[in-house]
Write a protein that binds this ligand. Structure first.
Ligand code: SOE
Length: 395
């Protein structure tokens, strides 16, 4: 099928909640703002609740609704499966889709375990041999200010990196009465703040530095051990043994860790859902021999740059408003100074995935990048679990 003379790519999305909405608007907007080699067609949205999925289908223009994801994997009019479900189904759906010859976009974190991630990488590498592509959805790489930051680091602007400092601060469960949800159930989510938002800063810092995290020393904390179960909640798994009223939280509320990077930098990471007042504050700072960069997602069109080679008298952090046409992705949107938002990085993700597919090459981040993140998450949990480096301070 072709639209405006271009081949189309049938999209089948599994899941329809927050990420389902973010991805739906991306598939719809990408061809309107970017000159794409392939035009995405919103062929089907998948969800066990037909009414709920149908409502989202109507809002975003999905052509059909499937209540079994296997139908989406089987349909001949679907060329790409977009996995927007909780982590406990990523591996099963992505591997089935790849084996059926469908390209895959899988939300982060790639999986709930290293073993699952390894199986997904194996399936992706096998599928790539016949031109089937797979990407994991670490969208913050595609925030223009962070793409610019990567470009600057790659050009040597900050020199040899000594420090990486990354936080991802939220507070949506800081109230102990906030009800239980799948994100607090290890069997569904794999982990808590660590995998949900810690995964973002692990991927992002490896992307920005071009280096790998080689070791960690960690601690995790669950401040609120059990939570009220909302009446409608049906997704409770065994590990969240509920007495009908309250469920045991089986994941971390916060994960903090030290790390070393392959290039020699030392790092601090903090991922928490308990930072009262911080709504979605992903912050990263890189300090090098020649300068520093600093970013805060709550001010996402700005990148701060410090040039250490400037004379001290007039040196200082420069505030770059990343809205110039020469900045990554920006030319497709608005004139300088007209800002963009959280959802635009999902559109950039769709653009880069469709372009990679058309050019018959692997998109980034690959499933192998996702496995690298999964291995860091597992190391953090292992370190936190055995308290290996924790030294009590004598009273
Ligand atoms: C919740 O913490 C969440 O929606 C994450 O799951 C997303 O990945 C992040 O982009 C925003 O916060």
């Amino acid at each position: 099928m072709t639209v405006d003379g271009k081949p189309t790519l049938g999209i089948g999305m599994v899941g329809y909640a927050f990420m389902g909405a973010a991805h739906s608007q991306a598939w719809r907007n990408a061809p309107s703002f970017f000159d794409l080699p392939l035009t995405p067609r919103l062929a089907a949205i998948g969800g066990r609740n037909a009414d709920a999925a149908g409502e989202v289908a109507g809002r975003f223009g999905w052509h059909s609704v499937e209540t079994d994801w296997r139908r989406i994997v089987e349909r001949d009019d679907i060329d790409l499966v977009d996995v927007c479900t909780p982590g406990d189904t990523h591996a099963e759906i992505a591997i089935a889709a790849l084996q059926a010859g469908k390209h895959v976009l899988c939300e982060k974190p790639l999986a709930n375990s290293v073993a699952e991630a390894e199986a997904m990488v194996e399936a992706a590498e096998e599928a790539a041999r016949s031109g089937v592509r797979a990407m994991v959805g670490f969208t913050y790489r595609r925030v223009p200010a962070l793409s610019l930051a990567r470009r600057l680091v790659e050009q040597g602007t900050v020199g040899q990196i000594r420090h990486v400092r990354a936080q991802y601060l939220q507070d949506w469960i800081s109230d102990a009465d906030t009800p239980f949800s799948w994100r607090l159930d290890r069997e569904r989510a794999g982990s808590g703040a660590l995998g949900d938002i810690g995964a973002h800063i692990v991927d992002l810092t490896q992307f920005l530095t071009g280096e790998r995290i080689t070791g960690v020393s960690a601690l995790t904390e669950t401040f609120v051990k059990e939570r009220p179960v909302p009446e409608e909640f049906s997704g409770l798994s065994g590990t969240a043994a509920a007495d009908g009223q309250r469920a045991t939280v089986t994941v971390d509320d916060a994960a903090l860790f030290l790390a070393r990077f392959s290039g020699g930098a030392v790092a601090t990471f903090e991922a928490t859902r308990m930072a009262s007042g911080r709504k979605n504050a992903l912050r990263v700072e890189i300090n090098g021999t020649d300068g520093s960069i600093a970013f805060d997602l709550e001010n996402m069109n700005v990148l701060h740059l410090y040039d250490h080679t400037e004379a001290a008298e007039h040196a200082g952090f420069k505030r770059i408003l990343v809205t110039e046409p020469g900045h990554p992705y920006v030319a497709a949107w608005w004139p300088p100074g007209h800002l963009i938002g959280y959802e635009h990085s999902f559109t950039h993700q769709a653009v880069d995935l469709l372009t990679a597919i058309a050019e018959d090459r692997d998109p980034a981040p690959t499933f192998a990048d996702g496995l690298r993140v999964q291995r860091v998450l597992a190391a953090v949990e292992a370190s936190a679990g055995n308290g290996s480096t924790w030294t009590e301070v004598p009273r």
